[in-house]
Design a protein around this ligand. Structure first.
Ligand code: DLL
Length: 433
């Protein structure tokens, strides 16, 4: 099913016209109402009238997370403060959080794009959606909540945490759709298995997983262990929250709601736009955001886009699965490594769980990378030699993927920390050494 066929399957030329009209309007609004944009545009001598084609977007300066932080808390708002009716923030783990303000119109658009995402993920009226994304300042919980109301599904606003209760509710309410981070979904699968519950004994049909990086291999694992179709949802606080993009069951990339969020991919070094299919950093411009227009936001997320029509009939721009963030990118002895490459290598080996942690240190002058990975109960052995052979096997698989020798440590099942939200995969101790 398609939530809004008229928009989601729109003729490309017609959509470009719509996007251009909206772009011109939002650039004008940003210039006239947000001093930050006025100063920035004046600095490079660009005016709203200079945007005559969609390609002209490249003339506009970028907006970064630091810019948003500098405007903390409300400096990016383009409307009087009393028109803002809801506020969310990013987690702020690396500094002051960034604030996102929503007017009534913004909440309507957010509900709409999340309704599209839920529909792409097989959700419809009559479904029971167990929403384990956190409610609160995090956008995950409420974004899905609004979208579910729009679709007319039955939302169970359980929020994150309390795993025992999650399982109980899943069984008693016969939840059909699960929404959480993929790492938490994996933990729920483990707990279900421990209870002796088989996928066919629970009612789940699909999962809407996102808010963190995950791989195709992780998808296979989740689909098998939960008996579901696992689909990928993407979004970020600065731009709106979840629902910026979502996969349909074709699993051929995430459909970006590009009538609201205009995507570009830029080269990591030159910052110039790259053609379809080429990887780079995703840059997003909000085309309709009322309370807080965001012009050319550098997401740091690495992906590629295509404008080709999907087999499902949608013409929305598709982005490939995020393979990492430019700031997650580890440089180990000069070699660029993404955590997703390690996850991919690990999940190719039978009997390993996707529970892992990457620890980077620099004991002397050289970087050391240690990958801690949990074995399954079946694989775990008291025999030293057997364990060493498995570690060697994993080290080889990682070497094949990244071209570097790393230290692998197998740890006992269920000893690495489980997260209820975004998993912490990398511990980089170099900064503190
Ligand atoms: O994570 C919004 C969200 C909530 C998305 C629920 C999906 C589901 P932030 O906390 O601001 O917002 O984090 C945004 O998370 O820039 C990406 O680096 C990462 N991220 C989000 N979705 C995905 C995904 C929410 N599907 C940051 N795959 C983004 C990979 C993702 N990374």
């Amino acid at each position: 099913m398609i939530w809004d066929e008229k928009i989601e399957c729109m003729d490309l030329e017609e959509k470009k016209e719509l996007q251009l009209k909206r772009l011109q309007k939002i650039v004008k609004k940003a210039y006239e109402n947000v001093p930050f944009y006025k100063d920035k545009f004046d600095e490079v001598g660009i005016k709203a009238e200079d945007i005559e084609t969609l390609e002209d977007i490249a003339k506009l300066p970028f907006t970064t997370k630091t810019n948003l932080r500098d405007a903390y808390p409300f400096g990016m708002f383009a409307v009087p403060e009393d028109e803002i009716i809801e506020i969310h923030t990013s987690s702020g783990t690396t500094g002051k959080p960034t604030v996102s303000g929503y007017t009534e119109k913004d909440l309507e658009i957010w509900s709409e794009v999340c309704a599209r995402a839920i529909t792409m993920s097989l959700g419809t009226k009559g479904d029971r959606i167990q929403n384990c994304y956190g409610y609160g300042l995090f956008t995950g919980g409420l974004g899905i909540h609004y979208g579910s109301h729009k679709v007319g599904a039955n939302i169970v606003p359980i929020s994150a945490g309390n795993t025992k209760r999650q399982i109980e509710i899943m069984e008693d309410f016969q939840t059909t759709i699960l929404t959480c981070t993929p790492s938490y979904a994996l933990y729920l699968a483990e707990v279900l298995e421990k209870k002796g519950l088989k996928p066919e004994e629970i009612s789940l049909k699909s999962g809407i997983f996102g808010a963190e990086m995950w791989t195709e291999e992780m998808r296979d694992e989740l689909e098998k262990r939960l008996g579901i179709t696992a689909l990928n949802i993407y979004g970020l606080t600065e731009v709106m929250g979840p629902g910026v993009a979502n996969e349909c069951p074709e699993k051929a990339g995430l459909h970006i709601s590009d009538d609201h969020f205009y995507p570009e991919i830029i080269d990591l070094k030159t910052k110039e736009p790259v053609p379809d299919g080429e990887k780079g950093e995703l840059v997003i411009t909000t085309l309709t955001r009322d309370g807080m227009p965001i012009i050319r936001f550098r997401t740091k997320d690495i992906t590629s886009i295509t404008h080709e029509k999907c087999k499902c009939g949608r013409t929305l721009t598709r982005m490939s699965r995020i393979t990492g963030r430019s700031d997650d990118m580890l440089k180990i002895r000069g070699v660029i490594v993404f955590p997703s490459q390690i996850e991919r290598a690990l999940l190719k080996i039978n009997g390993l769980t996707p529970n892992y942690q990457i620890v980077v240190t620099r004991p002397g002058h050289l970087d050391e990378l240690e990958v801690k990975v949990e074995t399954s109960k079946e694989l775990f052995s008291d025999e030293m030699r057997k364990m060493e052979a498995i570690e060697q096997n994993i080290a080889n698989a990682i070497h094949n993927e990244i071209g570097l020798r790393v230290n692998v440590t197998l740890v006992e099942p269920e000893t690495l920390p489980r997260s209820e939200g975004k998993a912490v995969r990398v511990i980089d101790k170099r900064k503190f050494d």
